[in-house]
Ligand binder design. Structure first.
Ligand SMILES: Cc1ncc(COP(=O)(O)O)c(C=O)c1O
Length: 439
């Protein structure tokens, strides 16, 4: 089990007495990463743009961060990892890179439970961009069961056909908490018969892992996803870095999303022809978020250490390759811890008859969050009152606007509590008993 008592000592926000229970939006930064930021200031320099010792050291730390990130999700190498500002930008990058591959009459399939990050780019592509080029591409949306919050795989399957270039689904919903069956969605995408430019017959699968990668073990090869995106600010790192994992053969063929400096092969720019850098730098135009990248990779190392043995550093600040078995053990530990937390939240909130909880009824089917509405009291009012009671929550549609409209919520909003590795059962009880008080 997770030693939360020990872990909590490393978080200034928690030591300051905060009940941090809005973690599905962003998590807190531990003191180790704040200290590391200070240390990095000594060798502060740009990467790939200087021969000084500082620049070379920073380049080495920056580049090896890609290895850590690749190892964390079981990717073959750093060539599979592209870093952007956040998960949203990573999804947009796939949209822009694939844009010229779509053919008239194609479609793509997404779901009603998506975060707007995994719907609005596809809406924009189908309704605003491609029509300008005379291409008609349909954006299809799979339903979920309103009672259980479970994705309707039958409906999803009925929408996928031999014109479906891409299936885009969240790995877990940031509103319902539902954990989606990625392997089953993969099987559906595989059976579409869509002929990709490589000759392969299948739909590509993009998984929005923003609510999965921080909370559960993910092996991209086992899941056979074509694209996976997530953000590090939901797993202890500071704001500003999101990742795209993609299969190497796709990245090799795909157009860059951003064009400019450092993404070109050294010296290979002429008026007639530009050649691109090797992976992953082909997709890293302009000066990247260097410190953010290093901190993000170290956040992953620290997360494993926290989960397995807090205070002892097996991986943090070492160049040790992440052992898949350790990543799995660490993330399975986090998953069990969060299951216990969300189970407790459900147990308390279910006793409030005026409260309606969204998503799966059992903790096993959901990630570490619970969203609810009250018969008469607005979620915004509840969140405001919770804040006065020292509880951090989020009211709104959580960018899952389609799903809130699907429930015909007016305003399209719910109140959400969400937990992470440093929360203990007392936090959950305090938060839920505060909800009880408010309603
Ligand atoms: C499921 C899901 N997808 C995408 C995002 C967007 O992440 P970011 O704000 O890092 O782009 C979020 C953030 O809340 C999310 O929960």
């Amino acid at each position: 089990m997770i030693d939360t008592q020990k872990i909590r000592e490393f978080f200034p926000a928690i030591k300051a007495g905060r009940v941090v229970s809005n973690n599905a939006a962003s998590t807190q930064i531990p003191v180790q990463l704040l200290d590391l930021l200070k240390e990095l200031a000594v060798q502060y320099d740009n990467v790939h743009r200087g021969q000084s010792r500082s620049s070379l050291l920073t380049t080495e730390a920056f580049e090896s961060s890609y290895d850590t990130i690749a190892q964390f999700v079981g990717a073959n190498s750093r060539k599979n990892i592209i870093l952007y500002r956040n998960a949203t930008e990573a999804i947009n990058s796939v949209m822009y890179s694939l844009m010229t591959e779509f053919k008239d009459g194609d479609n793509l399939v997404t779901t009603l439970m998506e975060h707007n990050s995994n719907y609005v780019p596809w809406y924009g592509l189908c309704h605003e961009i491609l029509p300008k080029f005379g291409l008609n591409v349909e954006c299809r949306i799979a339903k979920f069961d309103k009672q259980t919050g479970v994705l309707d795989l039958k409906h999803l399957k009925s929408l996928v056909d031999n014109k479906t270039k891409l299936v885009c689904s969240s790995g877990a919903s940031n509103f319902l908490g539902t954990i989606n069956p990625i392997k089953k969605i993969r099987t559906i995408a595989d059976s579409s018969g869509y002929v990709q430019p490589t000759g392969e017959k299948k739909s590509y699968l993009l998984i929005d892992g923003a609510q999965v990668v921080p909370n559960a073990f993910i092996d991209v090869n086992e899941l056979d996803v074509d694209f996976l995106v997530w953000s590090f600010h939901k797993m202890m790192a500071p704001f500003g870095v999101g990742a795209l994992y993609a299969k190497e053969e796709l990245l090799l063929k795909m157009r860059p999303f951003l064009y400019g400096g450092d993404m070109i092969a050294e010296g290979m720019v002429s008026r007639e022809k530009v050649e691109y850098n090797s992976l992953p730098w082909k997709f890293t135009a302009g000066t990247p978020n260097i410190l953010g990248t290093i901190l993000s990779a170290q956040a992953l190392r620290l997360l494993i250490d926290f989960s397995l043995n807090p205070g002892k550093y097996r991986y943090f600040m070492t160049d040790k390759k992440l052992a898949a078995a350790d990543v799995k053990k660490a993330m399975d530990n986090i998953r069990s811890h969060e299951k216990a937390l969300v189970g407790e939240a459900l147990k308390i909130l279910e006793q409030l008859p005026s409260v309606n909880i969204f998503g799966p009824k059992n903790a096993a089917g959901r990630t570490s969050l619970v969203a609810f509405t009250h018969k008469c009291k607005s979620p915004f009012k509840i969140a405001g009152e919770l804040s006065e009671l020292g509880i951090e929550s989020r009211a709104g549609c959580h960018c899952a606007t389609l799903a809130h409209h699907y429930y015909e919520l007016n305003p399209p909003a719910s109140c959400r509590l969400s937990f992470y590795i440093y929360n203990n059962i007392e936090d959950v009880r305090k938060a839920c008993l505060a909800v009880k008080k408010c309603v």
